[in-house]
Design a protein around this ligand. Sequence first.
Ligand code: OGA
Ligand code: MN
Length: 224
Amino acid sequence: MGFEVPQSEVLNVQPQYCLFDAMADALAGPGWGAFPSALSDEVLNELCRIAHSKEYNRPARIGRRRKQQHNPQIRRDNIVWIDGSHPTQQAWLDWSAQLQLWLNRSLMIGLSFFESHFASYAPGGFYAKHLDIFKGPNQQMLSERAVSVVLYLNPNWIPGHGGELVLYGRDGEVLIEIAPTMGTIVLFNSADFLHEVLPAGEQRFSIAGWFHRQPASALALPVA
Ligand code: OGA
Ligand code: MN
């Protein structure tokens, strides 16, 4: 893979090219990848500080729109959606936008939108096995979530703290368990991997995000 993108279009992310290429390769190949230290220390430490200082008063919900519900049997994290109101949050959104551009150019997957939130799991918190997409009445895919991203913000995490992300393969086998250690970024194709968050022994902080793709129906132009 790998091709030239004019400098003017990529702002200051030149050193990320190698990483973005590795991420594109991971999504095109096995469909997932885990990358330690993907962001600059400056942005990472500041995101970590923000994540730890947020007030998480909104239990995360599952499902879409009117079917949304808070179900503590399934997930026990609390979330705060990210917007660009803080320069470091904007830096995260800028980084995501650069990655989106890179993935679109290298994989031609037409990602059109990115959403992300801080998540906090209190001790004992978990997220049971799930897919990041939602199915409609006839098993039809309603969501356009195409690529899931998770960034971990836990500087002092040790193996005994639990809270690993487990990715499952098509036959239900465990593909990998990833510890939520500071700076690790995980990417996977949203439709393809059941996954779960094992109970965390300590407060566990992360950012979870999704690149969306235009649903095919939205791309079909009406005939005049
Ligand atoms: C999610 C999720 C994984 C993690 O928020 O949908 O699966 O490791 N998070 O936090
Ligand atoms: Mn998930």
